[in-house]
Design a protein around this ligand. Structure first.
Ligand SMILES: Nc1ncnc2c1ncn2[C@@H]1O[C@H](COP(=O)(O)OP(=O)(O)O)[C@@H](O)[C@H]1O
Ligand SMILES: CC(C)(COP(=O)(O)O)[C@@H](O)C(=O)NCCC(=O)O
Ligand SMILES: [K+]
Length: 250
């Protein structure tokens, strides 16, 4: 049994896949906040994990904690490289690219081969990356994620409150403080994705991450776009299996 892990700066997402399963076909999956890390071993205990593939962008302390918790010594720590699984990486220093971004790009390409893609992963940070139709990771954008954007206003001003995210974009020019913050933050997120799609001439856009549910509904795009849960885990899985995807392509 293969254990896949996407350790981000807010949550740890995981999935269990049987040998030979198509990318995205999980036997079990879940997510925990960093504070609930200790719950993970119980979720994995009865599944007979024989190997693990881990993307971690949340630092060395979490690396060490995961290493102790993962119930196998056959652990591969995923890293961005200059070339992998048919994808070339145009980052100036390929290893500097967040490994979750490289994995997400691989996942997006597995779902939509041969397309000019934008993959937006809306987590602690929002990353918006471009993949060419012939499989080059071109680079991208990093901005504060939706939650971080809203929280930075509450923390650094005297009068602005902490707002909860909402899936509905308030009217562009809102008539109250909470809606004005939501309108501004959602417009910034969606606007960056729309701008990236236009710059790249993308033919498809994949939106993933914990805040995708709020951002994807407000996107105004002339191309096909959709939410894909756990694009990082799909990308990790795609590097270890050649089985065809079950998911419908973009
Ligand atoms: N139930 C939830 N728990 C935590 N974060 C959530 C939840 N629902 C939405 N979010 C949003 O998603 C972000 C976390 O998404 P995630 O993709 O797990 O991020 P990361 O990969 O950076 O850990 C949070 O910053 C928050 O804005
Ligand atoms: C941009 C990120 C912080 C995103 O992390 P996340 O929001 O998924 O927790 C992460 O991919 C990272 O640390 N990247 C390294 C720098 C780079 O990609 O250029
Ligand atoms: K992200």
């Amino acid at each position: 049994m293969l254990l896949l892990i996407d350790a981000g700066n807010t949550r740890i997402k995981w999935a269990l896949a049987e040998d030979g399963a198509a990318p995205g076909t999980w036997l079990a999956s879940g997510a925990v906040a960093h504070a609930d890390l200790n719950h993970l071993p119980a979720s994995w205990a009865r599944h007979g994990v024989t190997r693990a593939l881990v993307s971690n962008v949340a630092g060395s302390k979490l690396h060490d904690q995961l290493q102790l918790m993962i119930p196998t010594t056959a652990i591969s720590w995923f890293a961005s490289t200059a070339q992998l699984a048919g994808m070339r990486n145009a980052y100036r220093n390929p290893s500097q690219l967040g490994c979750d971004r490289f994995a997400a790009a691989l996942g997006a390409r597995a779902l939509a081969p041969g397309q000019a893609l934008i993959v937006a992963t809306c987590g602690t940070a929002t990353t918006i990356d471009a993949v060419s139709a012939d499989g080059m990771f071109l680079g991208g954008m990093i901005l504060p994620g939706l939650g971080l954007m809203a929280t930075s206003l509450a923390r650094n001003t005297a009068q602005l409150p902490q707002v909860a995210p909402g899936a509905t974009l308030p009217a562009g020019f809102a008539d109250n403080t909470a809606d004005a913050i939501l309108s501004g933050c959602l417009s910034a997120q969606a606007g960056a994705i729309e701008r990236a799609c236009a710059l790249h001439g993308a033919s498809a856009c994949i939106v993933s991450g914990g805040a995708a549910q709020y951002i994807a509904p407000v996107l105004r795009l002339p191309i096909e776009h959709r939410i894909v849960d756990n694009i990082v885990l799909i990308g990790l899985h795609s590097t270890v299996t050649s089985s065809p995807l079950q998911d419908s392509p973009c």
